[in-house]
Design a protein around this ligand. Structure first.
Ligand code: AMP
Ligand code: MG
Length: 342
């Protein structure tokens, strides 16, 4: 079965075609489940964040090219597609709408079953698939999420989350204050690596129960930047150490409580090597296997949508929607989604 996944929640417009019969990834090129994946990422002007209208314009303009390239690379046409899935939320309304309209049109014209997918569930389920884990304590850290999750009785349950902004937003906003264009978590990581790591600024460390809060940290780090007398590399180093320690503390508590022997980190921020290193150490201490989503699939991608749509379709007769009812939900919580395939 060939499944086309369409991702458009924020910066990234992506299409991916997977073949359910080649149920492996990356082991042998010829057997790859991913036949083709193409992404085009909206870049904001330097110093600016993502503007939903501009990002949606980007998606509308690039979608035909991305879809064509994706089908061409897989050496197939739309008529060969058996199943279509799209990111229905959570995300930015104007961006989600572009993906939904394209999915709806293709589904009704080619008469292909259509599956709405929760984007966050897509990150988690693709991460599990790619790491061969069974039932891990999962940390989802991205532009839209900072959540610690455990699967229990048909749902991913939240064990801790941010009370305000996400860790991705924290890094992106600090990067913008320094003049970079969003997303800039990788720039913060690069600068932090250049710090001599002797100086750590005292920044607000806020953890309440198993939840974290980053807004005080954001304000304090921005103040240091605006004072223009501190080394930016040291600020980035201090920011990372403080924010990541908060997340690791919450993860450690969840590992102690749940006694999970597997741990998985997914989402765009999981590309950060220092965060992985800190979590790896915590997992060793708790005798838990540490795994991270492969770098190529950390950020938003069409494959997470194709794979999760396929699982939904195969295990739930109610997952399919008629094209005219294929809507979006900007604030679709992942813990409201029924998982029928675990
Ligand atoms: P996603 O929403 O899953 O696509 O993740 C995007 C987020 O990941 C953005 O906030 C990026 O700044 C962040 N990100 C990407 N690479 C890194 C990195 N190396 N370190 C920290 N954050 C990163
Ligand atoms: Mg994401």
């Amino acid at each position: 079965m060939l499944c086309l996944g369409i991702e458009s929640t924020a910066h990234t417009f992506s299409c991916s075609v997977i073949n359910s019969e080649n149920d492996v990834m990356g082991k042998n090129k010829n057997d790859d489940m991913v036949l083709s994946e193409v992404r085009d990422i909206y870049r904001a002007p330097a110093g600016w964040g993502i503007h939903p209208r501009d990002a949606s314009k980007h998606h509308a303009m690039t979608a035909p090219k991305v879809l064509k390239e994706c089908l061409d690379n897989a050496n197939i046409g739309m008529k060969d597609i058996d199943l279509l899935s799209y990111s229905a939320g959570p995300g930015l309304g104007p961006c989600l709408r572009i993906g939904a309209v394209i999915a709806r049109s293709l589904s009704s014209f080619y008469d292909i079953p259509l599956i709405p997918v929760n984007h966050a569930i897509g990150h988690i389920e693709l991460g599990i698939k790619l790491t061969d884990l069974n039932n891990p304590l999962t940390l989802l850290v991205s532009g839209g999420h900072t959540m610690i999750l455990v699967y229990h009785k048909n749902k991913w349950r939240v064990f801790g989350e941010t009370l305000d902004i996400t860790i991705g937003q924290l890094l992106d906003q600090i990067g913008r204050s320094m003049g970079f264009a969003s997303p800039c978590g990788n720039k913060i990581e690069e600068l932090s690596d250049l710090s001599d790591k002797n100086l750590i600024y005292q920044l607000p460390y806020v953890i309440k129960g198993n939840d974290v809060s980053f807004s005080g940290l954001l304000t304090a780090a921005k103040t240091l930047i605006h004072e223009k007398k501190h080394n930016l590399c040291d600020i980035c180093f201090s920011l990372q150490e403080t924010a990541f320690s908060m997340v690791v503390e919450a993860v450690e508590r969840a590992l102690s409580f749940t006694e999970k022997k597997e741990f998985l980190i997914v989402g765009g921020v999981s590309a950060n090597k220092r965060l992985s290193q800190m979590l790896h150490l915590a997992c060793e201490y708790h005798n838990s296997v540490f795994k991270s989503c492969p770098l190529q699939f950390c950020g938003d991608n069409g494959t997470q949508i194709a794979w999760t749509g396929l699982q939904s379709y195969l295990h739930s007769s109610s997952s399919k929607v008629e094209p005219e009812k294929a809507s979006i939900n900007q604030s679709w919580r992942l813990d409201t989604v029924d998982i029928m395939w675990r």
